[in-house]
Design a protein around this ligand. Structure first.
Ligand code: SAM
Length: 341
């Protein structure tokens, strides 16, 4: 069964419901709309890109409140099809009417894998979508965008964002021991058995730059114009160069996405790096069991594999193989981390 057929079946059986329930909540949408770095990147990439959008037919995959569709209308699109499968679609329709864009933006309620385009539209010139999850690929929404590309994007059409990159760094978490020991005495109750599973969960945190000890290493990239629509899974070798002497007890994953430039604008990058301003994705952190005592110019080598997991395939499994030979520590380790969406 193809990935999208499986997603469709899970949705129909209600097994995907946790994922969509979170997007049925207005609080989730408010958190995204309040993320000014995210909003500015999409606004600049769309509204400042009139040359690309003028008189074009646009498909917004997972429109939520309709914000990206309204940006596309503002940028001169002749028609925008805004697909959303949760009940937020009804509110998006109202928002679009209240902003007098109902002649341009048409909301289609349903799963992108199931809907048909409105009468008279067979192909679209541009796909816009905010599909990124933590560590880029969690939520697996990228597959819905690739599905839409294969079905409706005209030859030579554009996808915004067009590329996603995943990066890795090494860092020190000063609160690690305290956070682990927390489980040993919760209101006088011993919950120590939780320490191990807790340490195998990737955590979403904001990592201050003072805690970074290495340079960043490129891990994986997806070019949405050519990527195959199949579950994202890969393994990647990495080598981190130590920039500061200290202790590495966590690896930090972050992503950036790139938007194509048009005639009238510069290319836009949305970065979730610890070096960039805060976004609601923060960073995804994998804690090590054994700390690495590193000195400047040491190298930390390893391999990171990511595979989809969970009943709905929207979580990610991380297999981390680490190899380090330092003055104080020699570590050859393997650890798996598992996250639901
Ligand atoms: C990350 S939110 C982005 C919402 C909006 N585009 C924005 O930028 O604020 C993703 C949205 O896509 C919707 N979505 C995810 N997968 C979908 C699918 N296969 N079909 C239709 N909508 C989907 C979710 O319900 C959610 O509202």
């Amino acid at each position: 069964m193809s990935w999208n057929a499986k997603q469709k079946l899970l949705f129909l059986e209600g097994k995907d419901s946790d994922y969509f329930q979170s997007y049925s909540r207005l609080e989730t949408h408010m958190n995204m709309l309040r993320d000014s770095v995210r909003m500015e990147a999409f606004r600049d990439a769309i509204v400042q890109n009139r040359g690309l959008f003028q008189d074009k037919i646009v498909l917004d995959v997972g429109c939520g409140t309709g914000i990206l569709s309204l940006f596309a209308a503002e940028a001169g699109a002749s028609k925008v099809i805004a697909v959303e499968c949760t009940d937020i679609a009804d509110l998006a329709e109202e928002i679009i009417r209240d902003n007098q864009k109902e002649d341009v933006v048409k909301v289609v309620k349903g799963l992108v894998e199931q809907v048909e385009l409105p009468d008279g539209i067979e192909k679209v010139d541009i796909i816009v979508s905010e599909w990124m999850g933590n560590a880029l690929y969690m939520e697996a929404m990228i597959n819905s965008v690739l599905f839409a590309r294969d079905k409706w994007l005209t030859r030579g059409g554009r996808i915004l964002p067009s590329t996603g990159n995943l990066w890795l760094m090494g860092a020190y978490d000063p609160h690690r021991r305290t956070n682990l020991n927390f489980w040993c005495n919760v209101e006088g109750i011993d919950m120590g058995c939780v320490k191990k599973p807790f340490s195998q969960e990737p955590l979403v945190e904001c990592v201050p730059i003072q805690q970074l000890l290495t340079d960043e290493c490129f891990i994986h990239s997806t070019n949405l114009a050519v990527a195959r629509n199949q579950p994202v899974q890969f393994q990647s070798n990495f080598q981190l160069k130590v920039m500061r002497t200290g202790i590495i007890n966590m690896l930090v994953l972050y992503f950036d996405v790139l938007f194509p430039s048009g005639k009238s604008n510069k290319s836009v990058t949305l970065s979730t790096s610890p070096h960039s301003p805060w976004t609601h994705w923060e960073q995804t952190v994998l804690h090590l069991d054994e700390p690495l005592y590193v000195r400047i110019r040491d190298r930390v080598r390893g391999e990171l594999a990511m595979t989809p997991t969970g009943q709905d395939g929207r979580g990610m499994n991380f297999d981390l193989h680490l190899s380090f030979r330092g003055e104080r520590t020699r570590v050859e380790s393997f650890k798996s981390f598992c996250s639901s969406s």
